[in-house]
Design a protein around this ligand. Structure first.
Ligand code: SF4
Length: 430
């Protein structure tokens, strides 16, 4: 392929992803202007495939909140929610959303519609308390979908297993209740053929997502799991169950296969391959990434690309001949896997180190999110006991710049890379 070919295809995913994201927010703004009511959902088990059947605009408050941080406006929203009475101590995403609601849905990049209902799983306990806020503000129905988690590390059951079948029946019964609620709230009758269509699009997206993750095993890696990965996660959630989302990932795979075939990486000289654990530091997102890239370090994969991908990482496709049952299967597998990537990390991380030939693992616990951060220090110790791999433990936040110290982060990162350089220079003991 020519240099002109490089220019056409390389970087296309980031351009298209940004455009699709802008268009998605523009549509939400139009829905808000028409006073249409939305389904409010979360990334771990959004059920977009089902909610699209009822024509709900779909709002992801977590994504709205992180966008306020990326656009350097989060502190205004946090201050407003704290003045209103919310503690400094709770999830920053919740507080930014409270301020968004107090502002009539206004965000730096869009205006979001008010909710008609909220649908969420138990993947994070904050989801449940968060939805209660909307219940109080708007008097809307809320639906908690209880997904049984994995009973023990490495014990995820699969379709056909007796325990799995029991759990699926439990999830399926809840889905049937949710359908009744959606019909009542939207006035739209459930159409199983429309569900087949959205599941088919989600299947296409999932195939693309899994291939994408796999392609970053190449050397040099073809995308940054931190910087580029956040754009891809946005599309994976916003356009789940939509034809445009499936096409985006098919195109993205084509781009990354091209980059892998031509040895085109994200850095001029990829010196260190890293795994990221946790949620990124959005208040200084670009600078945070540069702290690593300046040393030739790039993130080849992350737990974030697992738990925030809506289950796309799980090697599973919906069976369109039994759509509803299969949706229950996928939900069970995807949400369990998201919970496992937060609560049973050591085995997963150990596998990632091998699969991606990683030099180090960066743990980034954040003040705002206990769900993702609790236990990370223990997880790090367990990984170090099991594997001879360099690790870095650095704390900040994904929303609150009051607890983000760039100078302190830089000190930690610099020391980490100095250690990595020494490790590389020291021949392994024979
Ligand atoms: S506590 Fe963490 S996982 Fe839960 S809603 Fe907040 S940011 Fe998301």
């Amino acid at each position: 392929m020519t240099e002109a070919g490089d220019q056409t295809i390389v970087g296309r995913g980031n351009r298209d992803g940004a455009r699709l994201f802008r268009e998605w927010y523009a549509q939400l703004t139009e829905s808000a202007a028409r006073d249409e009511r939305a389904a409010y959902v979360f990334v771990m088990g959004s059920l977009s495939e089902l909610l699209r059947v009822f024509d709900f605009p779909i709002v992801f408050p977590e994504i709205n909140s992180l966008q306020t941080a990326v656009r350097h406006a989060a502190h205004e929203y946090l201050d407003e929610a704290e003045d209103y009475g919310y503690s400094t101590d709770i999830c920053g995403y919740v507080k930014a959303d409270v301020a968004t609601q107090l502002r009539g849905g206004q965000l730096p990049m869009a205006t979001i519609p008010k909710p008609a209902l909220a649908v969420y799983t138990n993947a994070c306990n904050t989801y449940i308390k968060w939805a209660e806020i909307w219940e109080r503000m708007y008097h809307i129905p809320t639906f908690t979908l209880d997904v049984p988690g994995t009973r023990a590390d490495g014990r995820q059951t699969w379709v056909g297993d007796r325990d799995f079948e029991n759990d699926r029946r439990y999830v399926l019964a809840q889905l049937r209740e949710l359908i009744t609620l959606c019909e009542k709230v939207s006035g739209v009758a459930f159409d199983i053929d429309r569900l087949r269509e959205t599941l088919d699009h989600a299947n296409g997206m999932g195939r693309g997502w899994r291939r994408l993750l796999q392609l970053n095993r190449s050397r040099p890696s073809v995308f940054s799991a931190l910087a580029d990965g956040t754009i891809y996660l946005g599309v994976a959630n916003a356009l789940r169950g939509d034809a445009a989302g499936a096409k985006f990932f098919a195109d993205l795979v084509e781009e990354m296969e091209y980059k892998a075939a031509h040895g085109i990486g994200t850095l001029g000289d990829e010196k260190y391959r890293l795994v990221f654990v946790g949620v990124p530091c959005y208040p200084i997102f670009r600078r945070f990434n540069e702290l690593f890239t300046e040393w030739g370090g790039t993130f080849v994969t992350s737990t974030y690309l697992w738990f925030a991908s809506g289950g796309s990482n799980v090697d599973f496709e919906y069976d369109l001949s039994r759509p509803l049952e299969s949706l229950a299967d996928g939900l069970l597998l995807g949400v369990r896997d998201a919970m496992d990537s937060m609560f049973f990390q050591t085995r997963i991380l150990s596998g990632m180190v091998d699969d991606f030939a990683a030099d180090g693992v960066v743990y980034h616990p954040i003040k705002s999110c206990r769900t993702v951060s609790t236990g990370l220090a223990d997880s790090r110790r367990a990984l170090m006991a099991e594997r001879d791999v360099a690790t870095l433990f650095m704390e900040s936040d994904m929303m609150d710049k009051r607890v983000v110290s760039e100078a302190q982060l830089k000190n930690r990162v610099d020391a980490f890379f100095e250690g990595l350089a020494t490790r590389k220079a020291t021949p392994a003991a024979v």
